[in-house]
Every structure is written in C-alpha cells, then in structure tokens.
Design a binder for this molecule. Structure first.
Ligand code: AVI
Length: 316
C-alpha cells in the first residue's frame, strides 16, 4: 500500500470509530486517538507535571534496580517495546541490558516512532533498531532479522495496560504470550492502588495540561473529520471510581448543543459525558493473578518506597 492510501485508510478507521463511539447511548471515544502529534507532545508534558507521579516513579525504579532487571532479562535479547513513547526509560533499559541484540519499538504514531528509532540508532550503534508501525492492540508481525538473538523480551512500560478494560488487557496478554518463545518474558509497568486523592490529582493537574490533552481530541476531530466542536463548551473531568479501582476520564458538555462531524449531527445534553479513558490501578498480587490466567507467572517485581508503581517481570 502506498503512503497516501495508508493515510486515507487510517483516517477512514478514525472516522468510523468516532462516528460509532458518539452514536452510542453512552458516548465514548477510543483513548488511542488521544495521541496525534500534539497529543503525544502534551502527554510528554503531563509526565513532567508535579502531580503525575507514574513516569518519574517508574524511572526511579529502573534506575535503582538496573542490574537486577538486566539479570532477569538475560543476554542477547530482542527487546520489543509496545507503544514506544518516552525514550528515556528505554535508554535506561538498553544501557543496562547485557549485550542486547535488537530493539523493536512498536507504535502507531509513525513520525514519533521513526524519530525515536533514529535517535536510538545513533546512541546504540551495536543494537539493530527495527521499528514497526502498528497498532499493537491488533496482532502484528515481528520484523525478520538476520541478527542473532537468544530470546524475546516484551517491554510494556508506563502502566499503559491500565488504559485497557480487563477484557481487552486479557486479549493483549494472550497475544503477547503467543508471541513469546520458551525463554521469553514480559517486563510490564503497572500503576498501583493508593490514596484516591493522589490518583485524582495526577489526572487533574493544576496547570491544566491533562485538560488540554483531553480536549485536544475534540480539536483533532474538528481538523481531521471536519467537526465543529466548540472547545469552550466542553470540560475535562477525571474521577476515581473506587469500586472498579480506576480513573474515569471524560469530556463533559457544558450545555445542550449539537455538533456536526463528517456531515453527521450529534446532540449533547447539558452535563452529558464522552468517556475517553479509563486508567486501571492494580495491586502486584492482583495483576499477577490476572496474568496467570494467560499462562504468565510472576518471576520478580520491583517497586518504589511509597509503593506507588510496580515493575513486574512475568514469564511463561
Ligand atoms: C498512557 N497512560 C498510561 C496514561 C495514564 O496514566 O493512564 C494516560 C494519561 N491520561 C491522562 N493522563 C495520563
């Protein structure tokens, strides 16, 4: 498929997903669409806000346990990263691994991916850097490589698994287990359950970066799908749902209004919500039990002194 056809196909799927999500009784939009170029930049800024603890906590865990993590993963690995967002954690990991053979970043955002790959190639000339442009929520092929690696390690940092419903997370774990060979493993970051006030603050930062990140999805719909959302009439909302152990992020309509998207009308009542994201919080044992249903067993885990975040190494 040429580049233009591929871009058109991606745009068509985006349009269908948006139209179907907004036609539902309880309106929703898939969270993967939050990450266009601007959304990815805003997410990087969220990670730097005072309130958003997951990124810096995970990095701290990696820095403090680099040797132990590298020992668990083993030598001559092909490291496959799902959703290769921030390269800082990856650099830290690649620096500590023993003689890694290849690094395969997998991401839907092509520009972001190729830029990261290029930077890593210059920083690690001895590692084969083989980017794959793919939606990792769907099965994808690993690149054919001449390089000699001994096993695969899947790396899924950032607690992105938390953005999946348990059913979708289960499907992903099943797919991951089918991709791993006998000696492979999964290194995964999860955000741990803690005081709801700490979690809610992380998704309602005082500078309003998270709000801008959410509303950017409406901006994206306006520009890519010929929409006419009035951004001043919608608000970001993030609340912790204790029973489900998750943050629910939505965009709330400030008044009754009608919005046109790709030639279709959508009515909103005052206070009506569009669900854009869940972010599930786990316990180490709870996640280990969950992953066990897909054949994984917890080999080792690392956490921080406040027990805010967990990094788990799971094997088959
Ligand atoms: C990417 N993901 C793990 C983030 C989270 O914490 O669930 C997305 C995010 N949304 C708002 N703030 C951060």
């Amino acid at each position: 498929m040429n580049r233009q056809l591929a871009t058109d196909a991606v745009r068509d799927i985006f349009r269908l997903d948006v139209l179907s999500g907004l036609s539902k009784k309880n309106k929703s939009l898939p969270c993967k669409y939050l990450y266009d170029e601007r959304g990815s930049q805003l997410f990087d800024r969220i990670c730097e806000t005072d309130e958003y603890y997951p990124t810096r906590t995970e990095l701290q865990i990696m820095e403090e346990n680099a040797d132990s993590i590298a020992n668990q993963i083993g030598e001559r690995v092909m490291l496959v990263e799902y959703g290769s967002g921030s390269s800082i954690k990856t650099v830290k990991l690649l620096e500590s691994l023993r003689d890694p053979a290849a690094y395969v970043p997998v991401d839907i955002s092509e520009e972001h991916l190729l830029r990261t790959a290029e930077n890593l190639r210059s920083a690690f000339p001895d590692i084969a850097v083989l980017p794959v442009v793919a939606d990792f929520t769907q099965p994808f092929e690993l690149p054919k490589t001449g390089c000699d690696f001994s096993h695969i390690a899947l790396y899924f940092p950032g607690s992105t698994i938390g953005n999946f419903t348990p059913a979708a997370a289960g499907e992903l774990l099943e797919f991951m287990s089918s991709m791993l060979g006998d000696h492979g493993g999964l290194l995964i970051g999860i955000d741990l359950q803690k005081s709801p006030a700490v979690i809610e603050a992380a998704y309602n930062d005082a500078l309003g970066v998270t709000s801008e990140f959410s509303l950017n999805l409406l901006k994206r719909i306006n520009s890519e799908l010929d929409g006419n959302f009035d951004l001043d009439q919608f608000k970001h909302k993030a609340v912790y749902q204790s029973n489900e152990h998750r943050i629910k992020v939505s965009i709330v309509s400030g008044r009754a209004q009608t919005v046109m998207i790709a030639g279709q009308e959508f009515d909103f009542e005052e206070g009506e919500e569009i669900l854009t994201e869940y972010s599930h919080k786990y316990t180490i044992d709870g996640f280990a039990d969950f992953a066990a249903q897909y054949g994984f067993s917890l080999h080792k885990h690392w956490t921080d002194p406040r027990q805010y975040f967990g990094l788990l190494h799971l094997v088959l």
